[in-house]
Design a protein around this ligand. Structure first.
Ligand SMILES: Cc1cc2nc3c(=O)[nH]c(=O)nc-3n(C[C@H](O)[C@H](O)[C@H](O)COP(=O)(O)OP(=O)(O)OC[C@H]3O[C@@H](n4cnc5c(N)ncnc54)[C@H](O)[C@@H]3O)c2cc1C
Length: 486
């Protein structure tokens, strides 16, 4: 670590600079959306489910628009999202330079936060952002943006109503209550409308014998075990690396493909034109781009792969799809075209799927949400289940009804999580364009609120009587003295 050349005042000085920036920008803006209540109960204007980086960025962007939001998260405080819970990479996958949820404010960036504490020399030598440091930054971000987060609040049901409200059942340690909201934002994460993808070959196996790479798991329990791992993406490397570092006897990676993808096409696609233009692309191009990136597959990061391969007891097997798994006593026999492997424990690092069945809290809306598969026929050879299952969203990330008129109020729920990618591009979760997505959501909601409350705003305008002039700023002239003839 180079000498700490952090500026005097450290984080406290940065926070003062940030307060000054907020003052210059008039942030948070004055609230202007009328407060409402129903039967004596307040109706929250915007209720955000999920206080990960997407929820926090959305709340901050809404504050810039003068729309305070309430965020609910079932996780305990400071443990939202995957970073300090289920993620196992040493560092972020994305480059350190990305400004992430900073919404264009330099003092709100990770870089400013880092340099304020460890200095510029340390920043220059930093390769990628350590995973837990990113979580620390998000904790700071939450505090300095004044996000109104209620932790330990699990949303268990959503019921949109025809009368411009959504009922939201919320479970806390004290019991279940029903909140009312005019707009609900789902900032529920990478698996925001589903969960882990579980291959059929592990169904029916003893649950202590296998895990998905995103499961909460004590990896030290793998010490001395022969571990098999299905997959070769980023999370596969993270689980394999962690298992090896925790003393697994061996880790065999079973890779269906004959080689690893080398190029990260998703990274290569990221230009401002795509960030702002994807939404307005013709459907056929939206599908073609997302399908191409899916089909090419994203390679695991260089460092994560080395983290595994540096262990002599890590084995990469290609052309090795799993055909079936048999459980016998404490072991698993994993059949592949290249032979039968015997393991004590098996990981499936098979990613996430959109699968409403894994999200019981959305059961009331799931059958009514229009998906791309309901209305779009891809070109031959471009079929893609993930894309077909993706919600077909409106311009403010709002769900749309499968059959118009059958589920009014559904459009009050805004899908600001990864499954929005086919409709909006990757602006609703990943670090690179999260500020752009948050601004799109916030300005779109400001417009919807204004339109919906236009009578209120017009009445306010008519009643508005703050004088600009008091009448004593001038004296009427004696016009007869100034004219030549009358
Ligand atoms: C292992 C891993 C590594 C990643 N690394 C990178 C990376 O390096 N760079 C990058 O750009 N992206 C990365 N991503 C993708 C993306 O940035 C992360 O998934 C990120 O966490 C997305 O932020 P989010 O706010 O959308 O979701 P999350 O951070 O997952 O937050 C969602 C929150 O919603 C809450 N929630 C969900 N349902 C409910 C409910 N019913 N009631 C109450 N609360 C609920 C959860 O508790 C959670 O805190 C990674 C993803 C994973 C899984």
């Amino acid at each position: 670590m180079p000498l700490n050349d952090a500026p005097a005042g450290g984080l406290a000085a940065l926070e003062q600079r940030l307060r000054d920036d907020f003052d210059c920008l008039g942030w948070p803006a004055r609230p202007w959306v009328p407060a409402r209540e129903h039967a004596g109960q307040p109706v929250v204007n915007v209720l955000i489910i999920g206080a990960g980086q997407a929820g926090l960025a959305a709340a901050a962007a809404l504050a810039q628009q003068g729309i305070p939001a309430v965020l609910l998260d079932r996780a305990p405080e400071d443990f939202e999202g995957p970073w300090a819970t289920t993620a196992r990479m040493d560092t972020l996958r994305s480059p350190k330079e990305l400004s992430g949820p900073a919404l264009g404010i330099p003092a709100l960036t990770f870089r400013a936060w880092f340099v304020a504490q460890w200095g510029t020399a340390a920043w220059e030598t930093l390769d990628k952002i350590p995973r837990l440091q990113w979580m620390d930054y998000l904790r700071w971000y939450r505090r300095v943006t004044g996000a109104d987060v209620r932790n330990g609040h699990a949303v268990t049901a959503l019921r949109p109503r025809a009368d411009a409200r959504v009922e939201v059942d919320v479970q806390t340690a004290a019991g279940t209550t029903t909140w009312l909201a005019r707009r609900v934002v789902l900032a529920t994460g990478r698996d925001g409308l589903g969960g882990p993808q579980i291959p059929d070959f592990v169904r029916g196996l003893g649950r202590s014998r296998w895990a998905h790479s995103s499961d909460v798991l004590d990896y030290t329990a793998l010490r001395g075990l022969r571990v098999g791992l299905v997959g070769a993406g980023s999370s596969a490397m993270d689980s394999a690396g962690t298992a090896l570092e925790c003393g697994a006897a061996s880790v065999d990676l079973l890779v269906r493909r004959t080689d690893l993808p080398r190029i990260n096409k998703s990274k290569g696609s990221g230009v401002p034109g795509l960030t702002h233009g994807h939404l307005d692309l013709p459907d056929v191009w939206k599908w073609r781009l997302r399908h191409y990136i899916n089909a090419q597959q994203v390679p695991p990061p260089h460092g994560s792969t080395l983290r595994v391969s540096r262990h002599p007891n890590a084995y990469f097997h290609f052309g090795c799809p799993v055909q079936r798994v048999e459980e016998a006593g404490q072991t698993l026999s994993v059949h592949t075209p290249r032979g039968v492997f015997v393991f004590d424990f098996l990981f499936v690092a098979t990613g996430f799927v959109i699968n409403w069945a894994q999200k019981p809290e959305f059961a009331a809306i799931a059958p009514h949400v229009r998906t791309w598969g309901d209305r779009f026929q891809p070109e031959r050879g471009d079929e893609d289940q993930e894309l077909a299952d993706s919600p077909d969203l409106g311009p403010v990330f709002e769900f749309q009804e499968k059959r118009p008129g059958t589920h009014p109020g559904l459009e009050r729920i805004h899908c600001f999580c990864y499954p929005a990618a086919l409709s909006h591009g990757t602006v609703s979760g990943d670090i690179p364009a999260i500020s752009d997505g948050a601004r799109r959501l916030a300005t779109g909601l400001a417009s919807l609120f204004y339109r919906e409350d236009i009578e209120h705003h017009f009445a306010r305008l008519q009643a508005y009587d703050e004088p600009e002039l008091l009448g004593d700023e001038w004296t009427p002239a004696d016009t007869s003295q100034r004219v030549e003839r009358t």
